[in-house]
Design a binder for this molecule. Structure first.
Ligand code: HXC
Length: 257
């Protein structure tokens, strides 16, 4: 498959998506995002792939939604067509998605990173929700995911002032798991993805589903859902294999069944 705005490459069990509108700092046009969705969904349904990495360039993960595309649009147009509604499709991906962020992750770029399951950042990465400077507000999680990740005071500060924050700030408040020298972040993200992709796929999928439910359910409901999923995994051959391999002091052979 060939795309106009992204590059795709599978490395063993890892599907890599590289945003590739370099001159525009990976501004997330509708076309680019449709391509990201298509690549994500293709990897998600490919049984050879166990985890997905999304990255950009060294200068920009993504500098936001495409302002030039949005400039002349009216309320009626964006409302009637549910403009950028397709950005939500990433939420239905079942396999883990890791963002490897260097450079700018602003506006929709920050929101795309936050839509991923794990964020690794290069030490020069700059995050931010600068939409307020354009007379709007974030539209794909910058008021919701950011608030859940960093708390109210920081979310208010970042989204209402538009001030950027560094990779180190992002790590300190838990938005980002780890910061690496910038030439190592993609390699480390792929290494993590390979490790995850080396486990039983249904178990990994259940883990992702359970963690995501923490954002939707009460603690009691979430604990219940977690226990039910845990119990359900006892139906897998991989549960038997994993526990037998431990007891027999050998490496497990997963069959994803
Ligand atoms: C369209 C963009 C763009 C964007 C950069 N470019 N960001 N085009 N949409 N979001 C283009 C510039 O117009 C320029 O094109 C080229 O990329 C290089 O950018 P420069 O500004 O010349 O680079 P630099 O001076 O290094 O500044 C980098 C920057 C700045 C600080 C990242 O580009 C910037 O502030 N960008 C906008 C960031 C932003 O406001 N993002 C939020 C967008 S709203 P030309 O043709 O002039 O060379 C949003 C809403 C999400 O994301 C809602 C989701 C549902």
């Amino acid at each position: 498959k060939s795309y106009n705005n992204i590059l795709i490459e599978s490395r063993g069990k890892v599907g890599l998506i590289t945003l590739n509108r370099r001159k525009e700092l990976n501004a997330l046009s509708s076309e680019l995002f449709h391509e990201v969705n298509d690549a994500l969904e293709t990897y998600d349904s490919d049984s050879e792939i166990g985890a997905i990495v999304i990255t950009g360039s060294e200068k920009a993960f993504a500098a936001g939604a495409d302002i030039k595309e949005m400039r002349d649009k009216t309320f009626a147009e964006v409302y009637k067509t549910n403009f950028l509604g397709h950005w939500g499709r990433i939420n239905d991906i079942k396999k883990p998605v890791i963002a490897a962020v260097n450079g700018y992750a602003l506006g929709g770029g920050c929101e795309l990173a936050m839509s991923c399951d794990i964020i690794y950042a290069g030490d020069g990465a700059i995050f931010g929700q600068p939409e307020i400077k354009l007379g709007v507000i974030p539209g794909a999680g910058g008021t919701q995911r950011l608030t859940r990740a960093v708390g109210k005071s920081k979310a208010m500060e970042y989204a209402l002032s538009g001030r950027p924050f560094t990779a180190q700030d992002a790590e300190k408040c838990g938005l980002v798991s780890k910061v690496f020298p910038k030439d190592q972040v993609l390699g480390e993200a792929i290494k993590l993805a390979e490790e995850i992709a080396g486990f039983s796929q249904p178990a990994v999928q259940a883990g992702k589903e359970a963690i995501n439910s923490a954002y939707e359910l009460s603690l009691k409901e979430g604990m219940h859902f977690e226990r039910r999923l845990f119990q359900a995994l006892f139906a897998l051959n991989d549960k038997k294999e994993g526990m037998s391999a431990f007891v027999e002091k050998r490496a497990p052979k997963w069959t994803n069944s």
